[in-house]
Design a protein around this ligand. Structure first.
Ligand code: FAD
Length: 397
């Protein structure tokens, strides 16, 4: 009998357990998670959950029967050390021995320096975080959101829909500055205004006072609540000295088989980066689809397979009444073409490298997204003139 221990009971950990059973693993599976709740899905936390009735339990649980799968679920249990040489995980409830270990500890939101634990300051990662924010929305309170990234935009959307006065403060000169070029994000700025959200860019929250956020220039913004959405870091601090190598970004450095540098230890989801042959660089992906796809490969390799992981990354975001989807991966040196006017209701942007499609961003054009995913997977060459015509279906040259 040999045991697989999975640390982290989010999407990647749960999916690993499910895939192990689907792929024929008959021995023990122990799934350890530090949250007290039955495993649940995170994307609804910044969307429907915030707007649901305050007296009803949000329906975000994974539809997985752990007993039927014979998966031992240890909830409210935190791993705090890994003894790689001994094949042991030290938890706050004792030591777990493993034959194979899968790291799936996800990421934690970066706090605003000096504000952790201050009343009225919120992060948005967990079900408990979302539950703490529901009364803020119910009270239609004045809210300051720090960071105009994906989470900030989604929270601002929900808060505005609930009737809150919302100000988003972004240190960069535009929303999503780290993810997308100015040609695009310049138009996204308008989405905030249309929704009645005040967006202040190129400035930062310097201090928090009771009921207010104070900007670097002294401006006081009324804020019954401050929601911080300035990024996330892999939850890997507990692996120090374990034999599992981490990158400068804190991610577990997995190889293309999702193996780590410690024997019999694998890593999946938000906590790990992997080398992508498709893109010629190491990718750290903090999106749901990666937490669904990676575990299939990891489970196959845990069982003794030899599968490489090299997905076409995908994510979506629902913001300001728009469905935004992105497939692939682009860099600043790829050539960007627009399909349609980014000032209009529906448009896409594509990125080409050496004439082949590497990535696509679609705003309310789900068909473009579906076609692009297949074309990116094939590294299909595209005709730039046809590609730039939104009336023509995306297709290989
Ligand atoms: P997690 O979901 O973070 O799960 C890791 C689990 O491990 C957590 O429960 C954590 O508490 C636990 N853990 C950590 N350390 C330990 C330890 N030492 N011991 C035991 N347990 C531990 N992606 C999209 O593509 N589209 C979206 O619209 C979208 N919306 C999102 C909205 C929100 C509010 C958030 C937070 C994320 C969203 N994402 C979205 C991202 C997506 O949810 C994540 O990529 C995905 O949840 C990652 O899954 P994971 O299992 O790797 O990590």
């Amino acid at each position: 009998m040999s045991d697989v221990v999975i640390v982290g009971a989010g999407m990647a950990g749960v999916q690993t357990a499910v895939c192990l059973r689907e792929q024929g693993w008959r021995d023990g599976i122990v799934l350890v998670g530090d949250e007290p709740h039955p495993p649940y899905d995170r994307p609804p936390l910044s969307k429907a959950v915030l707007l649901g009735p305050a007296d009803a339990e949000p329906d975000v649980r994974f539809d997985v029967d752990f007993a039927a799968l014979d998966v031992q679920l240890l909830l409210g249990v935190r791993a705090h050390a890994l003894r790689g040489a001994d094949h042991e995980v030290v938890t706050d409830r004792g030591v777990l021995r493993y034959d194979r270990l899968v790291l799936a500890t996800g990421a934690f939101p970066v706090p605003l320096p000096g504000t952790a634990g201050l009343p009225g300051v919120h992060l948005l990662r967990t079900l408990d975080d979302a539950a703490a924010l529901r009364p803020v929305l119910d009270a239609r309170a004045d809210v300051v959101v720090v960071g105009a990234g994906w989470i900030g935009a989604e929270f601002a959307t929900a808060a505005r829909q609930a009737g809150c006065e919302v100000t988003v403060v972004e240190a960069a000169d535009r929303p999503l500055a780290g993810a997308l070029p100015a040609t695009i994000t310049g138009h996204m700025r308008g989405w905030y205004g249309e929704a009645g959200v005040r967006l202040l860019t190129g400035t930062a929250v310097a201090a928090l006072e009771p009921g207010a956020a104070v900007l670097a220039d002294g401006t006081r913004l009324p804020a019954a609540a401050v929601v911080v959405g300035i990024g996330a870091r892999p939850a890997t601090g507990w692996l120090a000295g374990s034999g599992v190598d981490l990158g400068a970004d804190g991610a577990v450095l997995a190889d293309d088989r999702l193996r780590t540098t410690a024997p019999d230890v694998y890593a999946v989801g938000d906590c790990a980066s992997f080398p992508s042959a498709r893109y010629g660089e190491r990718l750290l992906i903090h999106h749901w689809d990666n937490a669904v796809q990676g575990p299939r490969t990891a489970a196959a390799n845990v069982i003794g397979g030899d599968e490489a992981y090299d997905p076409v990354p995908y994510f979506w975001s629902e913001q300001f009444g728009r469905f935004v989807q992105y497939a692939g991966h682009h860099t600043g040196t790829d050539t960007m073409l627009l399909r349609g006017d980014p000032g209009s209701a529906a448009w896409s942007a594509v990125w080409l490298r050496d004439g082949a499609l590497t990535a696509l961003l679609a705003v309310d054009r789900p068909r473009d997204l579906a076609q692009a995913r297949k074309l990116i997977a094939r590294a299909a060459p595209l005709d730039p003139a046809l590609t730039a015509d939104p009336a023509v279906q995306l297709k290989s040259a």
